[in-house]
Design a protein around this ligand. Structure first.
Ligand code: CU
Length: 79
């Protein structure tokens, strides 16, 4: 594993305004998690699940990514 596989494969998840979504992210290496639009950033520690809870506010499509390397994990469509 080279730290570049994303599972499940990136897709778009719908989130209604006012609804909450909890993401649990586990990386095989230390990294940084960034949820665009929600401006949530969190440290990912190798092998350790990190969870973030997001509440839909502004309608739009937002990317969830890591920074090292830059990988897109999913998109959140707030409607
Ligand atoms: Cu980012």
């Amino acid at each position: 594993m080279d730290g570049k596989d994303v599972s499940p494969a990136p897709r778009t998840v719908d989130l209604a305004v006012g609804e909450t979504l909890t993401l649990v992210v586990t990386s095989d290496h230390d990294d940084e998690l960034h949820v665009h639009g929600f401006e949530v950033e969190g440290a990912l520690v190798a092998g350790k699940p990190t969870s973030v809870t997001l509440t839909g506010k502004e309608p739009g499509v937002y990317e969830v990514e890591t920074h090292e390397p830059p990988l897109r994990l999913l998109k959140i469509a707030v409607r």
